[in-house]
Design a protein around this ligand. Sequence first.
Ligand code: 2NE
Length: 272
Amino acid sequence: REWKPIKGFDFKEILFEEYNGIAKITINRPRYRNAFTPRTTWEMSQAFSYCREAGQISVVILTGAGDKAFCSGGDMHVKGRGGYVGEDGVPRLNVLDVQKQIRSLPKPVIAMVNGYAIGGGHVLHVMCDLTIASENAVFGQTGPKVGSFDAGFGASYLARIIGQKKAREMWFMCRQYSAQEAERMGLVNCVVPFDKLEDTCVEWAETMMERSPLALRMIKAGLNAELDGQAGIQELAGDATMLYYFLDEAQEGGKAFLEKRKPDFSKYPKLP
Ligand code: 2NE
């Protein structure tokens, strides 16, 4: 399988590639177990924005470089007062923007967990629609051990997935869990040998690409909307508006305005 680099970006901390309608975003800091800096997450943000806009991309895979880690969370070397400090000296927590982008991307996102998914890196896989893990994957939150926490999606959405007791255990105890334990908790969709990991992710992506993209989009928005309050309803409502704009009924309103006449909506069906 030949992944082709997606051109037009000057990324230093991620790889951004495409194969057959599938985009792959790889956190590329294996020296630090793929810990993210503000630059890494800014680059991820650019990549996810591209994936949203690009009509030829149907599914996104998020992973980490190498065979040791998916992502070990925020880079502790640059954790300063107020956030992770970037090259510009400004402290940021911009991984939260990436979380929201994954959540609202109207396409499936698969976490391809190839090793440690720890701390903020664990939350990133939680945010993805599906998680496929290799047998060597290890999952855990470390925040309360290292002076951090994610009480947003990292807590409430995690609890929706594995239940309140397990989510509290994960955060309060800061233990590590094997891929098999994660599968038993419902935290991952499936566990496969390391050498089958990418093939499995691509197979799942290709299966989803045989399904109706709009149906997948609406299901994702609906599953989110139940949990995301007004922000979730906004996404679902936006999709409803998009579909409405395809109808003659919506076109009539706009046309009538431009033609300076009263709109005639009488001919459009009022279904039960
Ligand atoms: C990931 C883990 C368990 C891997 O352990 P191991 O034994 O396989 O590797 P090792 O030797 O710990 O790490 C290899 C190198 O990577 C660096 C280490 O410092 C080490 O460097 P050297 O000693 O060779 O120089 N490294 C690993 N993780 C790093 C990190 N996060 N930042 C900077 N350098 C890192 C083990 O490495 C581990 O437990 N890592 C720390 C995980 C962690 O606590 N992450 C931060 C959680 S807080 C967070 O991510 C967060 C949040 O809670 C809320 C919002 C946003 C972010």
